[in-house]
Unconditional design. Structure first.
Length: 131
């Protein structure tokens, strides 16, 4: 058997170096104007879900659940933290901030009526955006 020198694929090395650079640099800071736009959009979507609930509860629930899912991601982004995998998010939120973790846990309780979820979504928005 010949001794062969194996070469590392240069593409893998380039990707590895780019990934390390991204991790070293950290996440970009979100601009105030982007934060304000996201705040407006979040409030608008929750209010829309509340209005449409009587005529289309399925769509209202979908909008509300999706919005809170995105708000959790926004919380990490605004703190310039990498977003954990969904199954790790609640635990990580609890480690970072028990107040937001409590609101999120309350929101996802299956026993809550839609109006309770709307109220909690509004509280989550207020907490994340400091309003």
């Amino acid at each position: 058997i010949k001794n062969e020198i194996r070469h590392v694929n240069p593409s893998i090395e380039v990707l590895k170096n780019k990934t390390l650079k991204i991790l070293q640099d950290g996440k970009r800071k979100i601009s105030e104007s982007e934060i304000e736009q996201n705040y407006f959009d979040a409030k608008d979507q929750v209010e829309y879900a509340q209005v449409v609930y009587k005529s289309d509860p399925t769509t209202a629930n979908m909008i509300l659940l999706n919005k809170v899912f995105v708000l959790i991601e926004s919380y990490f982004n605004y703190k310039q933290l990498w977003i954990p995998a969904p199954k790790q998010r609640i635990a990580e939120l609890h480690n970072l901030d028990t107040n937001i973790a409590y609101l999120i846990k309350e929101f996802y309780k299956e026993t809550n009526h839609f109006s309770q979820k709307v109220d909690l979504a509004k509280r989550i928005i207020a907490y994340i955006y400091g309003k």
